[in-house]
Design a protein around this ligand. Sequence first.
Ligand SMILES: Cc1cc2nc3c(=O)[nH]c(=O)nc-3n(C[C@H](O)[C@H](O)[C@H](O)COP(=O)(O)OP(=O)(O)OC[C@H]3O[C@@H](n4cnc5c(N)ncnc54)[C@H](O)[C@@H]3O)c2cc1C
Length: 458
Amino acid sequence: MALKLSEKPRVLIVGGGYVGLIVAQQLQKKVKATGGVVTLVDPLPYMTYQPFLPEVVGGHIEARHAVVPHRRHLKDTEVITGKVTSVDHEAKTAVVGLDEGESVEIPYQDIVMAAGATTRTFPIEGLAENGIGLKTIEEALGLRNHILERLETASALTDEAAKRRALTFTVVGGGFAGIECIAEMEDIIRASVSQNPRLSQSDVRIVLVEAMGRIMPEVSEDQAVGVVEHLRARGIEVLLNTSLSSAVDGELTLISMADKSEVDKFGTDTLVWTAGVAANAVARSSSFPVDERGRITGSATLQILNEEGDVVEGAWTAGDISAIPDLTGAGPGGFCVPNAQHASRQAKVLAKNLFAVRYGTGEVAEYKHESLGAVAGLGLYKGVGNPMGVKLKGCLAWAAHRGYHGMAIPTIERKARVVGGWVNELVFGRDVTPLRDLENPTKAFFEAAGGGKKKAKK
Ligand SMILES: Cc1cc2nc3c(=O)[nH]c(=O)nc-3n(C[C@H](O)[C@H](O)[C@H](O)COP(=O)(O)OP(=O)(O)OC[C@H]3O[C@@H](n4cnc5c(N)ncnc54)[C@H](O)[C@@H]3O)c2cc1C
């Protein structure tokens, strides 16, 4: 049976992350009132609040609370859980792959390309098999459990090499995500080790690998140097100007960026890759032109541009998948950097402009936003940042990080769940329980039901 679709004129939103969720929220009722429909397509049934992923790893936020479910919060939107595989703007149709392998062609009047970015990797042998990214809630939850499980398992290992490998944790990439991640990892590792009498803190090795000579380009040089000192004081090995050249079987080879000589070689069961993002490949599967970095080129009004630089009718884009001019002049290469600040603000301008153009209700506005600065959490009561240009570190920065993101996660319901979790943690302390067999939840039943045993002979 074919997927039941609305026959009304459609605003099709490709991707339900920051941009997609906000555009749908802003347009769903207005478009419905004009006799149209807003349709949102995303392979995930929720928007992921990515700035909270490191806090999910650290165990301060329950994984489900860091996502915003589409159906609950987009009641007037036609939600389709599927993946857009191609867009033909001349025919004004998009093909959507559904979960069970079927696909459906969806017609539209206006399209919003908002599929964000995916983790960018390099062809390093063994990376795909042994690494994990930090872009999805599943990765954050999986990483947290994996770390806690490795610690528990290591505490019972007698083979010294296997134990060392289980207790070695590596993050590649010293951007915001990587630094927040390794800081949260260190925090939860130390907390877990302190509860396990068979482990000592000196058994643990935590390594950060960064190819550039500095970390965190979003903060000033002196703040970045301060963060390196802070991480080293916590026992984290910070290796700058160093890159990963091989990860076969979890055996890492690190080389110097200067002369490609070997810096270190060691085994690890935990390899986190946070070394950058790239525009989602669906951009290239669409009929819209992309730039050399695979981004859809947009105007400051968030309209997609054709090869001649003219506006394409009925086509819009914003967020990490797009190259939007930064009218403040601050963006590298003249474009907005891929971050949530731009994505969420662009989404609001896009929704207004789209409605104004389609229904002739007003002029289109140009997107221009001065950065509010950045704040990073580095584990409980620790942080760094420059919100509104004010340099902060330690507890103040951490409070600013929590205050900002606690307010910024969409919907009151999700804000309440996140803040409620933080209060619980302050009262009862950090929860370091490793959940077992998450990837094999049928194991207990299989064993109980005698699965795998030979049938008794009659
Ligand atoms: C760990 C981490 C921490 C971060 N911290 C910060 C921070 O502190 N401050 C900040 O400003 N920014 C931060 N960011 C960046 C920020 O989260 C992104 O810039 C922002 O999410 C971009 O919004 P978007 O809507 O463009 O893309 P996304 O929010 O990534 O949404 C894209 C959506 O498209 C969907 N999609 C993908 N492919 C398809 C397809 N083929 N068809 C349909 N849908 C598809 C995805 O499932 C996803 O839901 C962080 C990012 C990470 C990974």
